[in-house]
Design a protein around this ligand. Structure first.
Ligand code: XUL
Length: 546
């Protein structure tokens, strides 16, 4: 058996799978509910004055014990061969001098909270933190700007990224930084607790720090030196495991877990990764495969062999495969679509199924619209990240190569189709350069999240993204824990197969996925992408962003 752990913002989950990667047992610990004494709200402390968002590390330690108690009550852990994890990205844990010794001599008669005294800071900055504007400027200046930083580290500087967060601690609490012997990511922190030893960072999650040169697969000196003496900083961060199969990166589970919870002493701890890399590892994705999450925000994850960095999105090394993972995060997703839906319902009357009118109109407008796109709308009720743009709703009507901004379309109902086209074209335009297929189109496309329950929306998205081997919907509720369990099995089983093949042999697409209709011709070719980019340029000019 193998165990996958997912330490996310509001809970920690554990999923035990068989050696055929079938789920056997699943447990969850919810921070607010199971540990009310910490008084967290949705797992964190938020300070609206300082924009800081942090989580108490001791709560996580208590949660790990409770999770194992619950697991032990459900399943015999003596045949566990490997454990790995997929944890919230960017967060860090600061260990005091002597922490290694404390990890190595964990006392199984006491709770894990015994490690609390080994922390130099009792809190961990959370990915929702927005307090490092000054430090982000320092990061970008150090290498010559945001484009350059994105080229090196896969992302421009972001408030939540670990490098700027560490620099902030150094600025704000030099005393704590001075006391710090070791800095873990949330992923390597949890792995270290399991191993009773300092575990390395993994090659995927290390890319969420703004410190790692992704292509050179090593730390960037200029960025490291922002944090102090380069050699000392490297020591604080410890090694980076380049592959989950690398035996030097794996350690045996701590006797704490064998004695207390009956975990096999031979169980291997395989370096843990981040939750987004974990998601792509929950199914057998190959290069050019894409997951689109249609939630409150829209996220697109792509497995790619090509390193095409941009300040608009993120690139990470694939934790187990050869290439990279691209991640596009949009602010405007479901909320923007719901606004259009509500306007339509105001005109036509609200049906019992709120999406009834919208869905019908998407299909009707599509069947009437020209193969060549002549209308591009931008629907940003919230300020947007891709592209960097304040709140705006803008429509462009194109004719003879000229765009005219219009207040509404001649047929106002066309907003239903235009918002989907625009959201999907933005993804297609950005993914294109990362895809290595001859057509620059995705291979397989998977829809997940709330919006994936809407057939008309998925079909309209699929029409724009036009995958060559099908579009599907699937339930990815426990994707991170599943990805982590797959990673544990891949790393600890000693398989000589490559990642994709290893996971594919245990995957039943028919059982897990439903097909989304997507056939005919590719109607949104390069001309549509060009028109989209020209419209976006006009939009950014109109809001003074270029
Ligand atoms: C990714 C990010 C979030 C967290 C959520 O960059 O900040 O997705 O990983 O846990």
């Amino acid at each position: 058996m193998y165990l996958g752990l997912d330490l996310s913002t509001q809970q920690i989950k554990g999923l035990v799978v068989s050696d055929k990667l079938e789920a056997l047992a699943h447990v969850t610990v919810e921070f607010d509910k199971d540990f009310p004494q910490y008084k967290t709200v949705k797992g964190v402390y938020s300070n609206s004055e300082t924009n800081e968002v942090q989580a108490p590390v001791a709560m996580w330690l208590e949660a790990v014990d409770l999770l194992f108690e619950r697991l032990k009550a459900k399943i015999d852990l003596s045949s566990l061969k490997g454990v790995s994890g997929a944890c919230q990205q960017h967060g860090s844990v600061f260990w005091k001098k002597g922490a290694l010794q404390a990890l190595q001599s964990l006392d199984s008669t006491k709770p894990l909270k015994q490690l609390e005294t080994s922390l130099s800071w009792d809190l961990s900055p959370n990915w929702q933190d927005h307090s490092t504007a000054k430090e982000c400027d320092e990061f970008e200046s150090a290498v010559g700007g945001m484009d350059e930083l994105a080229k090196i580290s896969g992302s421009k500087a972001h408030h939540r990224f670990t490098g700027p967060q560490i620099l902030k601690l150094k600025h704000k609490r030099p005393d704590l930084y001075e006391q710090t012997e070791h800095i873990s990511l949330v992923s390597s922190f949890l792995a270290s607790v399991l191993a009773g030893d300092m575990m390395p960072l993994d090659i995927g999650d290390v890319c969420g720090m703004n410190l790692w040169d992704i292509q050179k697969r090593q730390w960037n000196e200029k960025l490291l030196s922002l944090l102090g003496d380069e050699k000392e900083v490297i020591e604080k961060l410890g090694p980076v495991s380049q592959s989950p199969k690398d035996k030097n990166g794996q350690k045996s589970v701590s006797s704490y877990f064998s004695k207390k919870y009956g975990v096999s002493p031979d169980c291997k701890v395989v370096p843990f990764t981040g939750d987004n890399p974990g998601t792509i590892m929950s199914l057998p994705l190959e290069a050019n495969d894409v997951i689109v999450s249609l939630g409150t925000s829209t996220t697109a994850l792509v497995v790619t062999e090509k390193y095409v960095p941009s300040p608009q999105y993120h690139l990470f090394s694939h934790p187990a495969g050869r290439g990279y993972m691209g991640m596009l995060c949009y602010c405007n997703g479901a909320l923007a679509r719901e606004q259009v839906r509500d306007e339509i319902n105001k005109r036509h009357g609200t049906p019992e199924d709120l999406w009834g009118n919208f869905d019908k109109l998407v299909a009707e407008c599509k069947s009437k619209s020209n193969a060549v796109l002549d209308k591009v709308g931008f629907y940003f009720p919230l300020s947007e990240i891709i592209p960097d743009c304040p709140q705006v709703i803008q429509r462009y009507q194109w004719s003879n190569g000229q765009a005219e901004p219009v207040k509404s379309w001649a047929n106002e109902d066309e907003d239903a189709l235009r918002i989907i086209e625009s959201q999907a074209l933005s993804i297609r335009a950005r993914l294109g350069p990362m895809l290595t297929s001859a057509t620059r189109l995705p291979r397989k496309l998977y829809f997940v999240g709330g919006g994936s329950k809407n057939k008309a929306i998925c079909e309209a998205f699929a029409k724009v993204l036009f995958p060559s081997e099908g579009a599907f919907t699937l339930d990815l509720t426990d994707a991170c824990a599943k990805g982590a369990a797959n990673l544990a099995a891949f790393g600890a089983s000693g398989t000589d197969q490559e990642w994709e093949k290893y996971v594919l042999q245990f995957w039943d697409e028919k059982e897990r996925c439903s097909s989304v209709h997507c056939s005919g011709a590719d109607e949104y070719g390069q001309a549509a992408v060009d028109l989209f980019f020209s419209s976006e340029k006009l939009l950014l000019q109109s809001v003074n962003k270029v």
